[in-house]
Design a binder for this molecule. Structure first.
Ligand code: SAM
Length: 291
């Protein structure tokens, strides 16, 4: 046994996101906790990203502060690199850890750009997942961004010692994903899966605060006004079915109007509010609830 100190999360098997993701919800979890429904059947997260809310709900369930069932969870996203990564963490964590250990050992600017230049569609699933985690943790700002051809084009970040992964944490995450259904699909698939009494948390790409502030390139597909409207339609349809619904978005007139008639709560988030001046500040965001 080594005398290495073990973090609180690892000791108590508390899962946390293993990727940095634009729009990640980690900073909002304390404000979300009182907003979750007390009881629910299955859990659905159709824009899962780094899964901050899923892992949070799992940890609340473990410490006994959540009655909802987390044994049936449906996690989906339209980013296939991400979905592949989740599946590998779920089913192939040993092999993944071996590859990540190699990336960690070899990390350098030359190595970063060599890995970045690989075509992920020509790699096997585990190599593809290790590549995504490695680039995500070493790239500039931890921003997963692809260009119009679907290529990851972010330069290397200037971290002295990037924490690429932690073996124990990765195993805890893998454990927490064992019973989850993880799929590549559009958010609309939730309409076929969720039934009365289920809880759905939606975290779509936000509607932009202004015409110049839109960040919508997680994948090659953009998420514009039409998609926001379709999402609001899906929200209403699931409301009629009797699902419990929670949805995050920016606090702009367009979004307020889309969800007129539903409960709307404000939460405070620290965001990059002026990308030119690199200014960070607290802004209000919306959480829409049907309960
Ligand atoms: C704001 S992020 C979610 C962040 C997540 N809640 C977290 O804590 O990391 C939005 C996610 O939606 C995904 N996405 C974008 N358009 C989509 C669509 N039409 N259907 C499903 N997922 C989509 C993106 O790939 C991205 O991972």
């Amino acid at each position: 046994m080594t005398s290495k100190s073990i973090s609180f999360e690892t000791r108590y098997n508390i899962p946390k996101p293993f990727l940095k993701w634009a729009g990640g919800k980690t900073q909002l979890l304390d404000q979300f906790a009182p907003l979750y429904p007390r009881e629910f059947n299955a859990y659905h997260e159709p824009f899962v990203g780094s899964g901050a809310v899923y892992f949070h709900l799992r940890s609340l369930k473990m410490n006994g502060t959540l009655n909802g069932s987390m044994t049936r969870a449906y996690l989906t996203d339209c980013n296939d690199e991400l979905v592949n990564c989740y599946r590998v963490v779920q089913n192939g964590v040993d092999e993944l850890i071996l590859l990540l250990t190699k990336h960690k050992r070899k990390h350098s600017p030359d190595y970063y750009y060599k890995v970045r230049s690989q075509d992920p569609t020509r790699l096997n699933d585990v190599k593809r997942a290790a590549r995504l985690i490695y680039l995500n943790k070493t790239c500039f700002n931890g921003l997963y961004r692809v260009n119009r051809d679907g290529q990851f084009n972010v330069p290397m970040g200037r971290y002295k010692n990037p924490a690429i992964f932690d073996e124990e944490k990765m195993r805890v995450v893998s454990q927490s994903l064992q019973t989850a259904h993880i799929n590549y699909s559009s958010f609309k698939e939730v309409l076929n899966k969720a039934t009365s009494g289920d809880f759905v948390y939606f975290d779509p790409p936000y509607h932009p605060l202004s015409k110049t502030s839109n960040f919508t390139s997680y994948t090659e597909n953009n998420f514009g006004e039409q998609e926001q409207r379709e999402l609001a339609d899906a929200f209403r349809e699931l409301d009629r079915k009797g699902c419990r619904l929670m949805l995050s978005n920016s606090s702009v007139a367009f979004v307020w109007k889309l969800y007129e008639g539903f409960r709307r709560e404000r939460v405070k988030a620290t965001r990059l509010i002026n990308s030119k001046a690199h200014k960070r500040g607290k802004i209000s965001e919306l959480v829409i609830l049907n309960y």
